[in-house]
Design a protein. Sequence first.
Lengths: 449, 394
Amino acid sequence: MAETILIKNGLDIQLAGEAGKTLTEYKPALFAIKPTDFQGVFPRLIVKEGDLVKAGSPLFYNKFNDRIQFTSPVSGTVKEVRRGEKRVLLEVIIESDGKFESESFSPGDPLKLSREEIVQNLLKSGAWAGIRQRPYTIVADPGIKPKAVFVSAFDTHPLAPDYDFILKGSEKAFQTGLDALSRLTDGKVHLSVHAAKTTSEAFLKAKNVSLHYFSGPHPSGNIGTQIAHIDPINKGEYVFVLRPQEVVTIGRLFLEGVYNPERILALTGSEVSNPVYVKTLQGANIGDLIRKNVTNKAVRIISGNVLTGNTLDQNGFAGFYEAQITVIPEGKYHEFLGWVTPGLNKLSVSRTFFSWLMPGKKYQLDTNMHGGHRAHVMTGVFENYFGWNILPMQLIKACQTEDIDMMENLGIYEVDEEDFALCEFVDTSKTEIQTIIRNGINLIQKEMS
Amino acid sequence: MKALRQYLDKIKPQFQKGGKLEKFHSTFDAFETFLFVPDTVTSRGSHIRDGMDLKRTMVTVIIALLPALLFGMWNVGYHHYLMTGTESTLLQNFWFGFLKVLPLIVVSYGVGLGIEFIFAQIKGHEVNEGFLVSGMLIPMVMPVDAPLWMVAVSTAFAVVFGKEVFGGTGMNIFNPALLARAFMFFAYPAQITGDKIWVAGMTKAQTVADGFSGATPLSYAAQDHVAKITEQWSMTDLFFGFLPGSIGETSKFAILIGAAYLIITGIGSWRIMLSTVLGGISMALIFNAVGLNDYMKISPLQHLLMGGFMFGAIFMATDPVSASQTNRGKWIYGFLVGMFGIMIRVFNPAYPEGMMLAILLMNAFAPLIDHYVVQANISKRLKRVKSIVVTQAK
């Protein structure tokens, strides 16, 4: 029985609008796969508008690694191929025929199949895209053998969904998925759970895994934090990382022989009138959900959570890897002498607002920056909100100055920009830290290739 | 507020690109963001942000400085009337001090902010808030009768050579307020040394009340009259601040209130404050053990309560930009500040106050300390790789 790993540094941001534990079906007419969801992928289209597809039919592949292809989540017709500036491929939109049929793939017990057969199956169905690798957080390269696979069974971001609830009914598929993953590496599959909050037996009694218990505030649920405390990544090493629903999709492929990217999304945020969980498929159009549940027009719709998610417009599509939609008010307003007010509704980790005297408060935060961008001044703050012994400020500066040696030395291979999201949140100087780190990671990736 | 906002929105286009007053863009921005928090929303990265910004940070430090400032004002009046031998009430003392200190504050902010505005405009940046605190610190470390033009020149030197040439707020190596003090000290030594400069009006006074001396404990110690310190003041006097000195440094009690506020709000580095005090105590204990002269025999507690040690430890050494930036580095940095502060005092009577020089010296070494802390983090990471290579080789 492993001991509990306590994450001392961090912060749980309590927001209003947590999803209630009820599940409603949601099957919109449109679904989309967005190449922009995948770092480092240059899409080459395989289909064109009007083509008929089934779940698991390839839509586009990665020019940089043509074994990796991205497939349709539902059966239907390719409705639109949306491009942006300079013909960048933004969305491949599928109009569902309501039948939800899948291409056939051969089922089998992963424990009895060879590694190559498993990889082939995953690549052909498009389920491989659910596997990402660290460093760089890109879709995993099927040619490399990772030293380990990491799955996080809990998410500590603000208003994050409860995976115990999500996995109800999918326990067998989850275990099959874990079995498949265990064949991809010579090392272990590490499954991290929350010591107090995780209750699902799918996690606690999982087989063919190494179980780890974590406790403490966010970012204890981040895979980066878990990797650093279990088996840190060194230069030249690779690991595969997944979230539970991606594992379930893989499991279904081997159990039933179909590509079924069913997703349960948590609809959360202070602007949602009825925050619940919805059962849908990957890439669902959220337009109807928003129209029915959000009345305020000046809102920010986020695919994902408030710290790391992407902005969507009123008719956007849920991100490939996301399990929640958050809706918060936009904060485009001026506040008279806002920097001296007692600020009972503002959240701050400095105790200069009186809000710190109300510990159980759930905040209705908006998107206002609360100040202008400045040079780095305050020190010793980021260390309190980073999950392991990286020197955050120094690594940020190394990325800004593009000092590759320093970036390597300070641990750029271990981090992803989501690990810095809390630092970005608390930063007094309003630096765009996640962007800086992502640019740094991309720079290293380019240098190393 | 609506009317004000509408007015600003109306005249704003004149200050933007193509407008008539485009040259004064930074100045307009500074005033606009002073009155109204900008309506910028998040565009990349985290969608929500902490309510804190640099303006609020600076305001917090100024609030922390207020107890020491207000007491200092009262103290100026108190000692002035002691010197002239007149009776005075609390209000009279405070009013006298207020009138004496206000011009210093006005000159410091006026010159400093004026120069910052000009630089910001030339560079095309927003005016940074860093000087909001330095501008308050400068008067608090000056003698009360310092001629205003000297304060102005020292402030100008500090802002230009202490901050702007390095790139402005966040880029300076040295603490700007201390640079102003150091400039004053070395450029106008007559005005900054001696027994008479710490009490308002004493240098010009015709007559002084019997038995009154404007000497501070440090001047007694420097003149080898250590015994006079305990004769004239009790430890409580030293702690609460009933002695002459620069405006901010005398009341350790007021300074500690400020320190508590800084620590509770998480703005001030408790590591630096604590390690500076520990460093000072350690050095004093070492001197006690050596005990070659009276000065060395002064107890650690008395050292802490004399001169600008506490003020420097709480408000000067903790400036985040010029101090060490790593947590471990802050312990080393603070400890050395404390040690050197006491060492310079005891060894060199030409510099009765060692704190200013100790902090400036450690400002120069802070990056070096950080370098070694960073190296330690790096080698830990490399060792992990080496141990894996070794185990694989086996």
